[in-house]
Design a protein around this ligand. Structure first.
Ligand SMILES: [Fe+2]
Length: 733
């Protein structure tokens, strides 16, 4: 079915920027979901009466049709007339009757704000989510006899992405049972996106609370939130947004010595520059989004925000503000409109930046990087290359819990054409394809270093010659301590509270990984090089991941994973610990940073997923769609940290739903297939036990949580995503 033509964009788009009125934006208060959660099927007495009345109007026609059919002897047509038409009439009126604004003169509801797909998905999801929320899974769900054997996993390709498959949900471990119902559910999930898309352009009225609008309709499935943002709209709030909020992992810098025409060009990770870099601007960029085509009627994304060395906002350079360039014209991003604080258009420019940033983070950092690359490819490599009794397979099991099912949901419900991402954001099919193609080059947080041009000028880093140069960049890109201290701080002059707590969380995790590995490889990490399963797993993972494969690292990398690493046991051990630590950090705190963004998208005047030209608030359709997408993240996973005494972080159940996962750790002294090196933690096994290492880890997490709580209690820039008490062991949607 073809889409109806969208309504024309707002007239405000035609008003020159200097003549636009600056609208004072309101910081709408964050509203949590009502607890305990209860289903809402959107059935009211009035709607039932009106729906039945509507169906009754249809019934005479049905009777006439049926009688005529009977007279003609068309039994089949009679059956259809008697049964199907009234049923379809009732369903049609039911789905139109909720999330709408009033009725026309009879019982036909007015514009419903969202299309049929969104409502059906909401009903399906509500049915599965609310019962699931009543009890959080714990590590007790990780039963040893349910760990599945090493085997090649059945996968389906991801739309838009090249050469990227996601295992079917039926391949997951722990309590996954294939029934007729689950097969029907899978069929529905695979095909629901075939329903048509309708664009609704209804705007919020002046003074209408967009938060309450969303929560009135989706509150029962909306995630719980712990972030506090009493001020969302001021310039100071924008600085907070970039230093410790949603943009914190994407901060770049322009240095004093850099030519303004080449702002953002990275000179390398070399430490040849002496002294601290002089920062001219801190900047967060989304300008590359401006070249992406959007659907008719919507504004384009894309702008960069600049702060001075004291983090006072200086300007926003908006690349998506004007009309798209015609064919054969210079690229759109070269045409920028500059906005400065207090000048006409400033509030709209801030809104456009925040919304562009949220869109980029959700598609690129969350869906593409965390789900379909990092967590997907690691769990595939682990399941395909490691036996169930392998100590590292056991170690990774909590951090991959339900990851296959979650990513299968992401493939079917979020990334497939005409599913939630398509319906939430303004990108056209062409724009969506382009953003997926560009995703690897849009990443920050280490990938920016991995993809730097090779340099051999640094002699102090591990592996200083050209042959191991890719390995050096890979290590700096993976290892948060090196990335933040050697690159962000030393080369780019960036060090925010986000970086400070990122380092602390990294160190706790790094220590846990290191000490655990020592327990099984004779106390010496270099023995990892003798483990054929580890080698096979890490090789597959790094080869398949788009930002660590040889096309990103350069041709020399092709040989590194095949032949060089086994000859470099120190380097292999380093890389392996970095890879595993980075994985754990990314699926816990990284996912919290880029995926748990419910407070942001709850407010369409703060971070909107789609908006029309000239608007400083998203459409109602976009607000509901992105809120439903965000509700998918409500699915609870096991808590990472044992809750502190008296600290009830469990959501709604009133209990501390946490269990240790030490039962997963195998006997230290037993060997396993593909490894013939020393076992245990040393000659006399005097280096502790895996259990002790685990409890040390828990103690460190609790200490970090307390320290961060104390910091947040007095800081204007609280940091949430590195607080272990909020983190789960594995990704949710
Ligand atoms: Fe997620």
């Amino acid at each position: 079915m073809s889409n109806p033509p969208p309504k024309p964009p707002s007239k405000a788009a035609t008003v020159p920027v200097e003549e636009r009125i600056t609208v004072e934006q309101q910081s709408w208060e964050i509203v949590g979901p009502p607890l305990p959660r209860e289903s809402n099927w959107n059935i009211t007495c009035l709607s039932v009466i009106l729906i039945l009345a509507g169906a009754a109007l249809v019934s005479p026609l049905v009777g006439i049709t049926a009688s005529a059919a009977l007279a003609l002897g068309f039994v089949l047509l009679q059956t259809v007339g008697m049964c199907l038409i009234p049923v379809l009439s009732i369903l049609y009126l039911y789905f139109r009757s909720w999330w709408s604004e009033g009725y026309y003169c009879c019982c036909i509801p007015r514009e419903p704000f969202v299309d049929l797909y969104t409502k059906i998905l909401f009903l399906i999801y509500q049915k599965t989510l609310i019962p699931g929320l009543l009890k959080r899974p714990t590590s007790a769900n990780l039963k040893l006899d349910e760990i599945r054997p090493k085997a090649f996993l059945k996968k389906k390709d991801v739309d838009y992405a090249l050469n990227l498959g996601v295992p079917l949900g039926s391949e997951d471990e722990f309590g996954v049972v294939q029934t007729c119902i689950s097969k029907i559910g899978s069929f529905v999930k695979e095909n629901l996106g075939k329903l048509w898309m309708v664009q609704h352009f209804e705007a919020f009225k002046p003074g209408e609370d967009p938060v309450q609008f969303v929560m009135d309709r989706l509150g029962q499935v909306y995630p719980e939130m712990h972030q506090q943002w009493p001020d969302k709209q001021s310039d100071a709030a924008l600085a907070r947004f970039c230093r410790v909020g949603l943009a914190a992992h994407r901060v770049e810098s322009v240095l004093e010595e850099e030519d303004g025409s080449s702002t953002g060009t990275v000179s390398g990770t070399s430490s040849t520059s002496t002294g601290d870099p002089k920062v001219k601007y801190y900047v967060v960029r989304t300008c590359t989004m401006s070249v992406l085509e959007v659907m008719d009627g919507y504004a384009r994304y894309g702008s960069d925000v600049y702060f001075d060395a004291d983090w006072k906002v200086v300007k926003i350079e908006d690349s998506g503000f004007g009309k798209p360039a015609a064919d054969n014209q210079p690229a759109n991003y070269l045409s920028k409109t500059t906005f400065k604080p207090g000048e006409p258009g400033w509030e709209e420019a801030k809104f456009r930046f925040r919304s562009s940033l949220m869109t980029m983070v959700t598609i690129v950092d969350h869906l593409y990087a965390i789900h379909l690359q990092i967590s997907n490819l690691l769990v595939v490599a682990m399941r395909e290359k490691m036996d169930p009794n392998h100590p590292m397979r056991r170690f990774l099991t909590p951090y991959t819990y339900r990851t296959i099912g979650v990513n299968d949901n992401a493939r079917t419900n979020l990334t497939a054409p005409r599913t939630m991402a398509n319906r939430s954001f303004a990108l056209s099919p062409k724009g969506t394809g382009l953003v997926w193609a560009a995703a690897p080059s849009l990443l920050k947080g280490g990938v920016d270093v991995i993809e730097l041009p090779p340099t051999t000028t640094e002699s102090s880093s591990p592996g200083a010659d050209a042959a191991t140069e890719p390995l050096r960049r890979l290590k700096i890109g993976l290892n948060r301590r090196l990335y933040i201290t050697l690159y962000k701080q030393k080369v780019r002059g960036i060090y925010t509270p986000y970086d400070e707590w990122n380092l602390k969380y990294w160190d706790v995790t790094y220590s846990f990984v290191t000490e655990y590995v020592k327990q099984y490889y004779g106390g010496d990490l270099q023995n990892l090089a003798q483990d054929k399963q580890v080698m096979a797993m890490i090789r597959q993972y790094l080869h398949q991941m788009e930002f660590t494969n040889s096309s990103s690292l350069g041709a020399a990398a092709a040989d590194i994973f095949n032949s060089a690493l086994p000859q470099l046991p120190v380097a292999l051990a380093d890389i392996f610990i970095d890879v595993i630590t980075a994985y754990i950090c990314l699926v816990t705190s990284g996912h919290e940073q880029v995926g748990s963004i419910a407070p942001y998208v709850q407010d369409a005047s703060w971070c909107a997923s789609k908006f029309v030209p000239g608007a400083s608030c998203g459409t109602k359709n976009g607000a509901l769609n992105i809120a439903l997408l965000m509700s998918f993240t409500s699915t609870p996973m096991p808590l990472l940290m044992k809750p502190l005494a008296g600290q009830n972080v469990e959501m709604g159940s009133g209990g501390e739903a946490w269990e240790p996962w030490t039962h997963l750790f195998p006997d230290q002294n037993k060997t396993w297939a593909g490894y013939h090196g020393p076992t245990g933690n040393g000659a006399d096994n005097s280096g502790g036990t895996p259990d002790k290492v685990f409890w040390d880890y828990q103690k460190s997490l609790q200490d970090l949580s307390k320290e961060l709580d104390e910091y947040n209690a007095t800081s204007d820039e609280p940091v949430y995503c590195f607080n272990p008490k909020y983190l789960e062991t594995s990704v949710s949607v």
